[in-house]
Design a protein. Sequence first.
Length: 138
Amino acid sequence: MISALLLLTAAGAADFGTSPMVDKGHAHRWTLVQDDEQGTGWIDEAWRGETEHEGKRLKLVLVRVDIKSPTMQADLVMAADCERNLLGVKDGYLFEAAFGRQMRFPVPGLTMDFADTPPSEEDMQLIDFACGRTPAAK
């Protein structure tokens, strides 16, 4: 499913500046993780976090996507369940989209249903990085 979100455009990760999802002064280290006919996406190797959901510890990773159709540029805080290889969107910020711009978008509740079943190679790349099993780029 991550493949469906990462659609190809010409913009680079740095074109959107510092993410509103991180503390001021944070220095991003964007690493390209997907650039194909479906899209472009980056992981910030300089940002990881953790959260608790339903009594379970989840790892967090910051992803920047630039989507062509429908057009959308966004930062997503993705939650990874390392034991079950699941992904969910915890929070997000839209730089530009058909339904809004320059706004945080509400995520009503964290549901760990973002990744394909079984997870795609791109999904596993996010999960493995979030869980500290591999670097962002392979």
